[in-house]
Ligand binder design. Sequence first.
Ligand code: NDP
Length: 295
Amino acid sequence: MTAERINGKAFAASLRERVGEHAAQFEASAGRRAGLAVVLVGEDPASQVYVRSKHKATVAAGMESFEHRLPADTSEEDLLALVAQLNADEAVDGILVQLPLPGHLDEQAVIASISPDKDVDGFHVTNAGRLAVGQSGFVPCTPLGCMMLLTERLGDLSGLEAVVIGRSNIVGKPMAQLLLDANATVTIAHSRTKDLPSVVRRADIVVAAVGRAEMVKADWLKEGATVIDVGINRLPPAEGEEKGRLVGDVDYAGAEGVAGAITPVPGGVGPMTIAVLLRNTLVAAYRNADLQVPD
Ligand code: NDP
């Protein structure tokens, strides 16, 4: 058996196209473009790449992108003042502060200062609470993207056994909550879980969000399981290579022979994250303008 390869890249492209159409409709109804403000503090190279691609994708979708680049030694007071200004700015529908922040800044305090109705990353405690009690808010982009891929592939998830490996606030926990909302039977595994392979073996759905290269092996999987690999890990370069290969948390080559469907790395979950960010920004714009959010 060879698993179906879940093409997150293609799904993300079609989502971005739909967001683009809705962004044009928003502009026609509201008389302005939907706007996303991205704040980057410091010069972390990976963060710079993410911020650049978010900017390009926002503009490509027909939305306004406001970039704020601050020096690494920016004080918390100045950062909070910028967030307050963005909260009050009617041209800004979504605010994203790129993480990680330099060590002297308190990430939780900064996230807490973002208006929950502009928190398109879904990291504010109000949005985490809304998700926990089933109210509409903003859901973190990566798990929401995983959920879209799962429902596209499986339809109704009711009664399915789902195992989420990882319990971070940005991926594992919200992922588990979304699966629970969809009536799956959910187990959250983590570094203290005993006998992880046998926990994973009972899953119809496996979501791996750990950050350990190729940790999940083929013989951990139930035949036909749907596997969503969130992990992004760079292997050390092989002989003659300049950079090591990117791999997920799942041993793809082995898992392909057992799973029913699996997301590749790269080209699976990764591209969904930015596409969902654009979708969340558009939803924020419609809500802020008191307009009906399109499906
Ligand atoms: P964190 O480091 O915050 O969380 C990792 C989780 O994995 C923790 O809950 C940890 O358990 C658990 N864990 C660690 N080791 C083991 C183990 N041996 N067995 C079982 N569980 C273990 O990571 P994130 O949630 O932020 O990210 C996870 C992965 O997803 C990373 O590779 C990251 O790069 C990737 N990622 C990809 C995104 C995308 O767009 N595709 C977006 C965000 C993340 P414990 O809590 O007990 O320490």
